[in-house]
Design a binder for this molecule. Structure first.
Ligand code: PLP
Length: 355
């Protein structure tokens, strides 16, 4: 057990919730009444505070704005039919947050601040968790460097924060995906496995170009040959083949170790699927498609949960699917949701109670 830490709490005088209908809110645009803030100075975390959500005052010279020591996480909390609130696998996000921190040469955040802070903040803003099907509370922990110095060097000071955003269903219409063969998201030795802010900044141009061509997202390929499949935007990718086989790219240091990815792998294995975490090339995928062995392609991530992919384009090859006949992805999505909304026993120990 970790010692509970002292968190100073200042509550809002009047909740903003009175002015808001929690139904069908767009993703990430509304924030709850409170936020958590902590400062790293002189080698230690201090000033751990929960207070009203409010702007930050920063200097133009703040290091994160210039040199990008900035990382984040994405977690979700759910309410069941009786109003009980649960967080989905937050400890996995805590561990991954500190893996990102180490890669970016930032201080790690103690379990007491991350986990207890998260639980206390969510308990305080529990009314903000929508009690509706497919709705949830998106939790965004993040950290950034705060030295006010323009010299390129590791910052000595940081801010860790958590903000919460109620969100409606992610109307995930089946997606058209462009297999990227020009731009690179991550390379061996790089920061692909970290949820580092710069990874997303670097992906915007490729995504914008794919959108101009009529696609929703890109599927990244390896940096050296653009031949092996990696992941989609902010989702890991799965390929379901005939005979209960499912292939997903192995964790190679370039792709993110998704919490949804590992949950999907566990559920598929429990259902008797042969889940293969390995390298898979575009050529191999096209061959499966041409042989009628490739039956489903889907993405897995916290924001959208499971996204069906109805078209994949690589150079001149176009692979199209009739998602209405699919079995694997809809079933795994249904199982995940049943666990999250506490409709079935949580045999995996994934749900952490807020109360
Ligand atoms: C966050 C993210 C994922 C999905 O991870 P989850 O833990 O399932 O949300 C996958 N790929 C990238 C690049 C991501 O940023």
């Amino acid at each position: 057990m970790v010692n509970a830490i002292d968190i100073a709490v200042t509550k809002v005088e009047r909740s903003k919730l009175n002015d808001l209908n929690l139904e069908n809110l767009p993703f990430g645009r509304y924030f709850t009444d409170h936020m958590l803030e902590a400062d790293y100075e002189n080698g230690e975390w201090k000033n751990v505070e929960i207070k009203p959500y409010q702007p930050l005052v920063i200097e133009p010279s703040m290091a994160a704005l210039h040199y990008g020591q900035a990382i984040f996480e994405g977690v979700k909390a759910y309410k069941d039919a009786d109003g009980n609130a649960f967080i989905f696998r937050p400890f996995d996000n805590f561990l991954r947050f500190n893996i990102s921190a180490e890669r970016m040469n930032m201080p790690t955040v103690p379990e007491g601040i991350f986990m207890d802070g998260l639980k206390q903040l969510i308990a305080l803003d529990k009314q903000w968790i929508p009690a509706k099907a497919d709705h949830s509370l998106y939790i965004r922990p993040f950290m950034f460097s705060t030295d006010n110095v323009l010299g390129v060097q590791t910052s000595a000071t940081y801010k860790f924060m958590i903000v919460l955003s109620p969100t409606g269903p992610y109307y995930a219409t089946p997606m058209r995906i462009y297999v990227e063969e020009k731009y690179t998201r991550a390379a061996p030795g790089g920061v692909g496995y970290a949820k580092a802010a710069g990874n997303y900044g670097a992906s915007m141009l490729a995504t914008a170009e794919a959108k101009k061509k009529g696609y929703d997202q890109v599927l990244w390929t390896d940096a050296s040959e653009h031949k092996y499949l990696e992941e989609i935007g902010t989702m890991n990718v799965f390929f379901a083949l005939t005979n209960k086989r499912v292939v997903t790219p192995a964790l190679d240091g370039c792709i993110l170790d998704g919490v949804t990815r590992k949950s999907v792998i566990a559920l598929l294995k429990a259902d008797g699927y042969d889940v293969q975490e390995r390298k898979i090339s575009v050529d191999e995928l096209v061959a499966y498609y041409n042989n009628n062995e490739l039956v489903e392609v889907f993405g897995a991530g916290t924001a959208a949960t499971i996204s069906l992919i109805k078209e994949l384009r690589y150079k001149e090859a176009v692979m199209q699917f009739d998602v209405s006949t699919w079995q694997v992805a809809p079933a795994v999505k249904q199982q995940l949701n049943a666990i999250r909304y506490n409709q079935v026993p949580d045999n995996h120990g994934w749900m952490v109670s807020v109360d």
